[in-house]
Write a protein that binds this ligand. Structure first.
Ligand SMILES: [Zn+2]
Length: 409
């Protein structure tokens, strides 16, 4: 049920720098992006086609596969056929196929693990010209650093605004444009670990809406910071402006529309920075004070239908969870992710499970089997510890409030 914290760049950190991009370089990057986007969409089409064919295939006929080998072949054929595609770097195009494969594998894994619908990574989808932002991924043989400049395959030269020196050679780089139009290079570098002193304490962490994190230690709970609440009325104003100036379908937006859109993006970025700042400070404290962390592996999915408040809460959880995993890894702590299923229904004392999920309004968990009564989120945080195989007694050490009260029989 639990896994060690691991993402695709396990043991690695991302170092991101702003880029200065000449107009020649910008045109070249956009050309590469057009080709990559076309290729990605070809992968989506081919994958859908194979799925459909398999579904309707005659009895007794073997299934077709649409894995990296088939997509590689497709790319080779397309490059032979189209000079336009050949003009682009093959390194970056091969990476599109790998990224597509990863994205599809992730969606399949979530289905296999029967994650709730809202937490699943969806199947890879079309990248539309107006909506998808330019992103190019280069592996080791697709870039080099020389005289402070970043040289990409295909002769594209960019100038990063350096703010620190690499501790090791970067193994890959992602060049992308954010929603404000600025370009960045994000390098993957092997992370240095800075071990901390052992504390003999462990902690269980449950994510939520009102309190971003409820933990088995009272001093480490994190209330929802309400970042974005002050920005909300500004945001509403920009959105009304955008609504009035919304271009017809297929038309480019007016100057006023683009301005409102850029202001919205800037505001979102500001809120995201505040969120990250709060998350990092909290993560540092949690990691400093505990040897092992049992963390609910909650994956918010940003659905269009959810309320603004819920979106803000989910964004806070995402930022905080990421910061915690990164901080834990950096300092050599034991971070264990716990599958979120039924954590609100189980009793942390005796392991009994209630028949029905508690309604969100019910803030107290009362166990009918053993009589334990505790605040609902505190019970869940403790369930994380138990599920992760950590000793709840090590959570109570040094904290007189850690023990759960019991009802007199
Ligand atoms: Zn119980």
């Amino acid at each position: 049920m639990t896994t060690r914290a691991r993402t695709e760049d396990d043991g690695h950190a991302r170092w991101t720098f702003r880029l200065r991009v000449s107009s020649t370089a910008r045109a070249a990057l956009m050309g590469e992006w057009d080709r990559c986007r076309w290729l990605w969409n070809e992968c989506v089409a081919k994958s859908k086609q194979t799925h459909l064919w398999n579904k309707n295939r005659p009895a007794g006929v073997a299934k077709q596969t649409c894995g990296p080998a088939q997509l590689d072949k497709m790319l080779t054929e397309a490059r032979t056929r189209m000079s336009w595609l050949r003009e682009g770097s093959s390194v970056v195009q091969q990476q599109v196929i790998r990224d597509f494969g990863k994205s599809k594998a992730k969606a399949h894994k979530d289905i296999r693990e029967r994650l709730p619908m809202r937490q699943r990574a969806g199947m890879p989808r079309w990248k539309k010209r107006r909506e998808a932002r330019p992103t190019l991924n280069y592996t080791r043989r697709g870039f080099r650093l020389k005289d402070g400049r970043l040289h990409l395959a295909g002769g594209i030269v960019l100038t990063p605004v350096w703010s620190r020196n690499f501790s090791a050679d970067p193994s890959s780089v992602r060049v992308y444009q954010d929603s404000t139009g600025a370009w960045y290079a994000s390098f993957v570098v092997a992370a240095e670990t800075e071990p901390l002193a052992k504390t003999g304490r462990v902690i269980g962490i449950d994510w939520g809406v009102k309190e971003t994190a409820t933990t088995t230690s009272d001093e480490h709970d994190l209330p929802h910071a309400q970042h974005g609440k002050t920005a909300a009325h500004k945001l509403a104003r920009y959105q009304r402006m955008m609504g009035r100036r919304k271009p017809a379908k297929g038309q480019a937006g007016s100057k006023g529309y683009r301005k409102a859109k850029a202001q919205t993006a800037k505001l979102h970025q500001k809120v995201a920075r505040q969120r990250q700042d709060t998350a990092r400070k909290w993560a540092k404290k949690v990691v400093r004070d505990h040897d092992a962390l049992a963390v609910e592996d909650f994956r918010p999915k940003f659905l269009a239908k959810t309320t603004m408040a819920r979106k803000a809460a989910d964004a806070a959880i995402s930022a905080t969870k990421t910061a915690l995993i990164e901080m834990g890894r950096k300092h050599g702590r034991d971070v264990r992710l716990v599958h979120p299923a039924h954590t609100t229904m189980d009793c942390a004392q005796c392991g009994a499970r209630t028949k029905h999920a508690l309604p969100l309004s019910e803030r107290t968990y009362a166990c009918t089997a053993c009589g334990a009564v505790s605040p609902r989120d505190k019970n869940s945080a403790r369930v994380m510890l138990v599920r992760a195989g950590l000793d709840p007694a090590s959570a109570d050490r040094g904290s007189p409030h850690g023990a759960l009260p019991r009802l007199a029989a």
